[in-house]
Design a protein around this ligand. Structure first.
Ligand code: BGC
Length: 394
């Protein structure tokens, strides 16, 4: 790929990034494939490079699942930026399977990709897939979720996930009813996702002092109760807690766990409660369960991703907050990184993340807390969503 063309692509990518904000939307579930289907989305129909003529793919993207709106937001951004900028690219979905993920990576490598942008289904299991890509000379960018235990990850593009968890925890503190002894229900993401640990670590950093001083009482994790006097947890200690409170990032698991927890506790753990909901999909499930328990008089519940359904829940007062992670920025940062790599340059990074094998150079993006009060400013005025997607918006 010629240097001149790459510079042009970079400039175009940046311009498209700015424009992308005007057209962001979610794909409706009716167009979603069956869970075991490998989804290909070949943007090579609008290529502009020499490589495209031969049908090869320059940038391969692997995302975890089409079944969560979060990843459809990312897909839309990638297609918008990469496709319009003239990169040949292909987006494949792993549909919750590390085996499919590995096949997807192999498929992309066989199509000649120079750069792989991958959001791992399982951070440890993905090591084998990226090692295979690396062995073929592909540069690997871990996207959103870090791949652990391998030095085959070249770069990491991520949101500030510690701040996501800390913002969720702080929201519970700031919006809890007055007094002490308030029941706190903890939920986390999947133990196979390194982010679940970082989110929990962020939340624990602010919640633990409020648990230790008796403001909150943990309602649903004996492991967390046993560790409640420890300000900083080891990875193993976090794993023990997450083992009890994980939702697996699955709405149904979240629902049945919340039901089981409310069935197990006594009246003293009901009334006015606060709930650490790990992301939007699981938060809606958990919120629905808490809303229907006649002994729960009020609940505060967190989320993240600013999914359309959850933004509507926030407007309607059914979910208390969400964390907006602007996928336009994350996708654009990844594309800019890919362009630098293809251009033979060292991409700009601003921090590192240790993945148990190396310190991976990383580019990190800030997050925005969204409540009823700033939905319009954060999500509509910024062009991320159209006001017509929602009802009751002031
Ligand atoms: C992402 C979240 C997402 C979750 C479930 C995490 O790794 O950072 O945005 O909600 O996975 O897919």
């Amino acid at each position: 790929m010629k240097k001149k063309l790459l510079s042009l692509i970079l400039a175009t990518a940046m311009a498209v990034t700015m424009l992308a904000g005007c057209g962001s939307k979610e794909t409706t579930s009716s167009s979603e494939p069956a869970a075991d289907e490998v989804v290909e989305d070949d943007a090579a129909s609008q290529p502009a490079s020499d490589d495209s003529a031969s049908g090869s793919v320059q940038v391969g993207i692997v995302l975890p699942t089409k079944d969560e709106p979060r990843w459809l937001q990312d897909q839309a951004q990638f297609e918008s930026i990469l496709g319009d900028a003239g990169f040949t690219n292909q987006v494949l979905f792993s549909q919750g399977s590390s085996a499919t993920e590995k096949t997807n990576v192999e498929t992309l490598v066989s199509q000649g990709i120079d750069v792989l942008i991958i959001c791992a289904q399982d951070g440890a299991a993905a090591a084998a897939a990226v090692e295979a890509a690396k062995a073929e000379g592909v540069t690997v960018i871990a996207y959103d979720r870090l791949i652990t235990g391998t030095d085959a990850v070249d770069y990491y593009v991520t949101f500030d996930s510690f701040s996501v968890g800390a913002a969720q925890g702080q929201y519970l503190i700031d919006n809890a009813p007055a007094g002490s002894g308030i029941p706190l229900y903890l939920y986390s993401g999947a133990a196979t996702d390194n982010n679940a640990f970082i989110f929990f670590e962020g939340a624990w950093s602010v919640l633990q002092p409020k648990i230790a001083d008796g403001t909150f009482v943990i309602a649903n994790s004996s492991e967390a109760v046993g560790l409640q006097d420890k300000a900083e947890l080891t990875r193993d200690e976090e794993a023990a807690i997450i083992g009890q409170i994980t939702t697996d990032w699955d709405f149904n698991v979240a629902k049945s766990k919340a039901e089981a927890h409310l069935t197990a506790v006594g009246a003293d753990m009901k009334g006015d409660v606060v709930v650490l909901g790990p992301n939007d999909g699981t938060a809606r499930s958990i919120a629905d369960v808490f809303a229907t328990d006649k002994d729960v008089s009020s609940y505060v519940v967190t989320g993240q991703d600013a999914e359309i359904a959850s933004v509507q829940y926030v407007i309607d007062g059914k979910q208390s907050m969400t964390v907006f992670k602007d996928t336009r920025t994350l996708a654009a940062d990844s594309v800019a990184m890919a362009v630098s790599i293809l251009n033979g340059e060292t991409p700009a990074t601003d921090t590192t993340y240790n993945n148990e094998a190396k310190d991976v150079p990383a580019k990190q993006t800030n997050i925005v807390v969204v409540t009823k009060d700033n939905v319009k400013a954060a999500l509509i005025d910024s062009g991320y969503y159209d006001a017509s997607e929602f009802t009751g918006l002031e």
